[in-house]
Design a protein around this ligand. Structure first.
Ligand code: AVJ
Length: 348
């Protein structure tokens, strides 16, 4: 029997307070009101997000999956044998299944997710599909991980998997800090397989985040419903509207909840007042050019080894390697080690 079934590490422990109240109060007290995006992803939110991934307009999931499928042998080769694969924000784990099936003799798989519910569900599934694989799940906010759980068999290297362009949720300085932590956690010889959403014409981006069926709107408004339910707030959901414009200067989609009228909302015995048209930002989704992301990764201690992308350049899956620190003139050029294909020639 697979150990993973014995290791739902979270379930024996009282749930830690996740700070929703304090973070919501702090966020709504700012001049530009905001609510941290991680609170979008409770059980309802995760279900809606899975529906978003199926939408015609929402290209990232579909495109990334196709890139992973089309290049799986080369990806598996770069990751190599006997690795410890750590997945940040593993969610429903669909992408991982395909990867796991192609990785030879892994030392173990460590899925990390903030939603214990999703984590357990996917681990039970994967454990039955991969009976020989050691799975050590970790329920955690992946910003707060001090070390990666060990596996019984010593790995040759640790490779992090961070799909879904979730890195786009971080403002660039935070993205660098986060990737730097991953580099440290993986250590020398380690790698990172990451999905990155690319810059592209506004219409494509805005369609993806303002879908016709209104699933994204429901997902976004869900954070207000959650605040009402869990924090006793009194948001009038009909008085806020979802909008997600692309901010070209920052290179990001901004998920907003726009107040339809002047109003005030009670939360934790405080009043938060809104003018008509004033909005709460709930999520950023940064888009990158290839050199832009390579430069950011370089500052975090990674060098770009390989880029795979779809033919329309909508999305990239990148393999990055933890940089060794011996001084070497070659390393001053981001990710340019000659192993990457056509795309690089176009960029450099
Ligand atoms: C999970 C952060 C990658 O930014 O595309 C999708 C979240 N929000 N539609 C993204 C999201 C609204 C998604 N990430």
């Amino acid at each position: 029997m697979n150990d993973a079934l014995l290791l739902p590490r979270s379930s024996g422990r009282p749930r830690l307070p996740d700070g929703f109240l304090s973070e919501a109060v702090a966020g709504l007290s700012r001049p530009q009101k905001m609510l941290p995006c991680k609170f979008l992803y409770d059980e309802d939110g995760s279900r809606l997000f899975n529906q978003i991934c199926e939408l015609e307009e929402y290209y990232p999931t579909r495109t990334e999956n196709q890139i992973l499928r089309d290049n799986i042998n080369e990806i598996a080769n770069l990751i190599g044998s006997e690795c410890r694969l750590v997945e940040f924000g593993s969610g429903s784990g669909i992408k991982t299944r395909h990867l796991l099936a192609h990785l030879p003799s892994m030392s173990g798989y460590i899925p990390i997710d903030i939603s214990g519910h999703q984590l357990l569900e996917s681990v039970v599934q994967l454990a039955s599909e991969f009976p020989g694989l050691e799975i050590n799940p970790l329920e955690a906010d992946y910003n707060e991980i001090a070390e990666i759980p060990n596996t019984k068999r010593k790995p040759k290297r640790t490779v992090a998997f961070f799909p879904g362009s979730t890195i786009g949720n971080f403002v660039p300085v935070a993205a660098i800090a986060f990737l730097r932590r991953i580099a440290l956690l993986c250590g020398s010889g380690g790698g990172l397989l990451i999905g990155v959403d690319r810059k592209k014409p506004r219409q494509i981006l805005e369609a993806a985040y303002n879908d016709r069926k209104g699933v994204t709107a429901k997902f976004n408004l869900g954070i207000l419903a959650r605040a009402n339910r869990e924090l006793g707030a009194d948001f009038d959901l009909s008085a806020f509207r979802h909008r997600a414009p692309y901010d070209e200067n920052h290179g990001r989609i901004e998920m907003r909840l726009v107040s339809q009228r002047a109003q005030s909302v009670r939360l934790d015995s405080q009043e938060f007042s809104f003018e008509e048209g004033e909005f709460i930002i709930t999520e950023h989704s940064y888009k990158y050019t290839l050199p832009g992301f390579a430069g950011l990764a370089l500052r975090a201690g990674f060098e770009l080894v390989r880029n795979w992308e779809d033919r329309n350049h909508l999305f990239s899956v990148l393999f990055l390697r933890v940089r060794d620190y011996e001084p070497s003139p070659r390393r001053t050029v981001p990710g340019c080690d000659g192993t990457s294909g056509r795309a690089w020639e176009a960029w450099w």
